[in-house]
Design a protein around this ligand. Structure first.
Ligand code: NAP
Length: 329
């Protein structure tokens, strides 16, 4: 049969086996991680016209997926639930054209360009990579942390402190974070019990002094939390003196665990410069030691650790990627 334009018409064989669609694996930008920094980087990279992939891991959304109400992310007059905020960010990122794959990265190869990012079943390539894998708060390892997570147990005083007005609160830890959080929480709490496993603080002198002189903070030295009790929400923390073995019950509506964070950087050991605690060391702005590989959010930021600052770092990394790809195309 001839087509009207004289060319041969190819008849479609409906019974022919369909060829499987080849999965796209080459991108301009590959972003590892889908918290506020990863999604924001995705939005900016896609809007700038780059073919962008986010590999989100198995549980996308980052730390906000484990929180309840978020009152301090601008744009939501009445606050928003953490998981809902992350769903909105994901939908916005997809609307901008970013490909999102909920798969876990198991290896990376940044030795050659394009960079390779591997999951168990695929090998993806990116002309630039943004690492936005975040950090996880260190846990005490108690069952009650799980049971009362978001119901009294928190890992962020800035995020959750205002929910605990006029209540007794417990803070665990002896570093700068614990002291800073305990001091901050005195704005809201009737009493803050600081529980530390040793008899001296690790925190800087000036912060120690501020806390030691704050009569709302009560120190429990050489002590650890052994149990968290409650019903619908947390009501009590059981503490044990490690020297005497004596146990005490503190009636408290909230327990803030501030015993450090662990950045998710195991994947990058030996390829990206990390500091002694595993945080990515940035050479300049969002640039890592490898030209073309950038980092954003809690994976390098041990100071601010807020959703809004992580999102800001994601934006910065995307702008730096744009400059890099423009100069290296
Ligand atoms: P950190 O300095 O590592 O302190 C962690 C604290 O938690 C230590 O006191 C440690 O006790 C205790 N701890 C660790 N594991 C524990 C466990 N399983 N059970 C009970 N207690 C445990 O962590 P950070 O306070 O988050 O600070 C991290 C870094 O950020 C530091 O370099 C800090 O200076 C910096 N930072 C600075 C500021 C500021 O300048 N405004 C604010 C926050 C953080 P031991 O002391 O016995 O080891």
């Amino acid at each position: 049969m001839m087509a009207a334009d004289g060319g041969a018409t190819v008849l479609e064989n409906k019974d022919a086996p369909k060829m499987p669609e080849k999965k796209k694996t080459k991108f301009d930008v590959v972003i590892i991680g889908a918290g506020p920094s990863g999604y924001t980087a995705g939005i900016y990279c896609s809007r700038a016209g780059y073919d962008t992939l986010i590999l989100s891991g198995i549980l996308p959304g980052g730390q906000l997926v484990n929180t309840t109400e978020v009152e301090n992310y601008p744009g939501f007059e009445n606050g928003i639930m953490g998981p809902d905020l992350m769903i909105e960010m994901r939908k916005q990122t997809q609307r901008m054209g970013t490909t999102i794959i909920d798969d876990e990265v198991v290896n990376v190869d940044f030795r050659h360009k394009p960079f390779k990012v591997l999951t168990a079943s695929e090998e993806y390539e990116g002309r630039a990579v943004i690492i936005a894998t975040g950090a996880n708060p260190r846990k005490l390892g108690l069952e009650g942390e799980q049971t009362f997570g978001g119901k009294g147990v928190s890992y962020c005083a800035t995020c959750d402190g205002p929910f605990f007005r006029n209540q007794e609160l417990v803070v665990v830890g002896g570093g700068d974070s614990a002291i800073e959080e305990a001091t901050f929480l005195t704005k809201f709490a009737s009493t803050v019990h600081l529980v530390h496993r040793r008899d001296e603080l690790r925190a800087s002198k000036i912060m120690q002094e501020r806390a030691l002189n704050n009569n709302k903070i009560k120190f429990h030295w050489d002590s650890e939390i052994t149990d968290i009790k409650g019903d619908q929400k947390m009501r009590q923390a059981v503490i044990k003196n490690l020297k005497t073995g004596e146990e005490k019950i503190l009636d408290a509506g909230g327990l803030f665990v501030a015993i450090g964070h662990e950045p998710n950087t195991k994947l990058f050991t030996n390829q990206i410069d990390l500091d002694e605690d595993g945080y990515i060391v940035l050479k300049n702005k969002t640039h890592t030691n490898i030209e073309g590989v950038f980092a954003a959010g809690d994976v390098h930021d041990r100071t601010y650790r807020q959703a809004i600052t992580a999102a800001g770092f994601g934006c910065m990394a995307a702008i730096d990627v744009d400059k890099y790809l423009t100069e290296n195309s």
